[in-house]
Design a protein around this ligand. Sequence first.
Ligand code: TXA
Ligand code: MG
Length: 330
Amino acid sequence: METEIVLVDSSVNKEETYSQAVEILRNGDIVAFPTETVYGLGADATNPQAVEKIFTAKGRPSDNPLIVHVDSKESALNWVQNVPAKAIQCMDAFWPGALTIILESKPGAFAENVTANLKTVGIRVPNHRVALDLLARVNVPIAAPSANTSGKPSPTLAEHVYHDMAGIIPLILDGGQTTIGLESTVLDMTSEPPVILRPGKITKEDLELVIGTVRLSSEIQGNAPKSPGMKYIHYAPDVPVYLIENDEALVGKAIQHVQKEGKKVAVLSTADFPVADYHFPLSAETLYDSLRKCDQTDADLILATVSTAPNRSDAMMNRLEKAADHKWFS
Ligand code: TXA
Ligand code: MG
C-alpha cells in the first residue's frame, strides 16, 4: 500500500482532501490526523473490521481500549449513558481539549474491539481545527489511538507517523507539529471521586477547580491499573533510556564514564551539554521528537535529566519514567 501525506491548511484543495479522508473512513479504512496532543490513527468506531485494522497497524494488544473522538459535547452524549453532572461540568470546562473522559457507553454503541469489551469508553473532543473539521464531516465517532507503532514514542509530526506507518495506512493528514506534544489526561468518571488514569496537560489542580476532589491512580495503593494500557511498555525508543538527576556535575561525570567504555551518549536536557555526543531538547512539546531523534544517531545510551523528586502528577515525568522503564543511571 502506498501512504500519502497531504498537507491540510487553509490554502490548497482543503475540501478535496477532507472528502478523500471521509471516503477512506466510510470505507472502513484508516486515516492518520493531527490533534492538539499527538497524531491519531483514526477509524470508524462503529465498524469492527475498521477498528481491527488499527490494532494490526500498531501491533497493539487487543485488551488495550481505544479513545473515541467526536466533534462536540452534544455528539458525545449520543454515545454514553448515566453521565454524572461532574462529567458535564468537565466537558463544558475543558472541551474541545486534551481531556479524555471515561464514561459508561450505551450498549452496542461502539464496535466491541474499541472498548476491549469494557462497559466504559474513553471519549474526547480534540482541540484541533483539522481534527474537528474531519470529525464534523465524517459524522461518526472516530476511534484513534496515538499513531505510533505500539510501545514507541507517540507522533508529534506527520513525519513521525510516516516513519511508523508507511506502507500500512493509505492517508496521513499533515497539520504540522502538535502543540501540546503529550497525550490527553485520562479521567475515569465512573468512580467517585474521579480518578486520573493518565496524567496530561490538564492537571489534577485544573480539574479540582471545576469538580472538587480528584485522585491520581498512582496514589491509590495496591490497585491494579484500571487503565489497561498502563501495564504495557510505552514511549520507548530503541536506544535504552536512563533517568539522571539534573545536576551539571553529575551528568558530566556520567557522560565521561560512558564514553570511557567506548560508548556514545545522547543527553536530553533543557540546558546544553557540550561534552555529550548528542544533545536534544527536553520539554513536553519536544520529548517524543527528541526520543525519536536519538534513535537516528549511533548513541548507545540516552540520559534524560530530571529533577530527583519525581512528581507523580507530572505528565512529562510520567512518560519519561515509562520510556526509561524506571531505570536511573548509577
Ligand atoms: O491525546 C490522546 O489521548 C491521543 C490522541 C490521538 O487523541 N490518543 C491516545 O490514545 O493517546 P491511546 O490509545 O494511545 O491511549 C489510550 C489510553 C490508554 O492508556 C488506554 O488504556 C486508556 O486510554 N483507555 C481507553 N479506554 C479506556 C477505558 N474504557 N477505561 C480505561 N482506560 C481506557
Ligand atoms: Mg499511545
